[in-house]
Design a protein around this ligand. Structure first.
Ligand code: DC
Length: 226
């Protein structure tokens, strides 16, 4: 079967990860959550008390960090390890979420992580989700999907996810964080989230997971035939 690269970009909490994971499982591909890498780096900056204005310290931190995605057999999904430590449990809390977009707007951070992401995808057979995957990381990706959904619908979904995981958060805070991240991600100077004409748009505000999955798989089949 032809090995392709699938880029899934879009706003925060649109379900990009859920879709990417599904598509990767269907094809036997590797799924990479590029946002997890920005989150992992942000977590390490917080832990090491590095201020986001201290660029030399951030550059050193980038050089010291080794990112790996390892398959969790039980969950059937890949989890991020930073320097050998599984960070999945701590990268999605609101402390990290509140800072990550600012960290992701720093050019030296992007340059470093984009290089790591490109190395992961060099053998193709990869589904990667993020904000700049189809524009910067893999501009020649065979299929580019842009995901979007109404912000209230997205905030409710994220709120349910976080409370289910035992975190105490309010819907108002989740919505505010989401809108702030959308704004920073779309307006930063370096590789902002942008809907270009070569993307297929998937608005899942009123779609079930099954409906969105079958829409995406139809595009996947079309891309493989080309
Ligand atoms: O997908 P996510 O919400 O976990 O991403 C966390 C943050 O990282 C998000 O605010 C934007 C940033 N990000 C990015 O700038 N580029 C990517 N390829 C992935 C994420």
């Amino acid at each position: 079967m032809k090995q392709i690269i699938i880029a899934i970009d879009g706003y925060s909490s649109c379900g990009k990860g859920t879709l990417a994971k599904f598509v990767a499982q269907q094809l036997g591909y590797v799924f990479i959550d590029s946002g997890a890498m920005y989150r992992g780096l942000t977590l390490k900056l917080i832990e090491n008390k590095i201020d986001i204005s201290d660029l030399p310290a951030i550059e050193n931190a980038c050089k010291d960090l080794f990112f790996e995605f390892k398959l969790n057999q039980k969950k059937g999904s890949y989890e991020l390890y930073v320097n050998g430590q599984n960070v999945e449990g701590s990268i999605r809390n609101l402390t990290v979420s509140n800072l990550v977009s600012e960290v992701a707007a720093i050019s030296l951070v992007r340059k470093h992580l984009v290089r790591v992401q490109q190395a992961i995808g060099k053998n193709k057979g990869v589904v990667m989700d993020g904000r700049d995957i189809g524009t910067v990381v893999f501009p020649d990706a065979d299929l580019k999907i842009f995901m979007t959904a109404d912000s209230t619908v997205r905030a409710k979904r994220r709120f349910n996810e976080l409370t289910k995981a035992g975190m105490e958060v309010s819907l108002t805070d989740v919505l505010a964080n989401l809108k702030k991240r959308d704004y920073i991600d779309s307006n930063r100077e370096d590789s902002p989230l942008q809907l270009k004409e070569d993307y297929k748009v998937l608005d899942n505000s009123n779609l079930s997971i099954e409906q969105q999955n079958s829409m995406a798989m139809k595009w996947v089949r079309e891309s493989m035939e080309h």
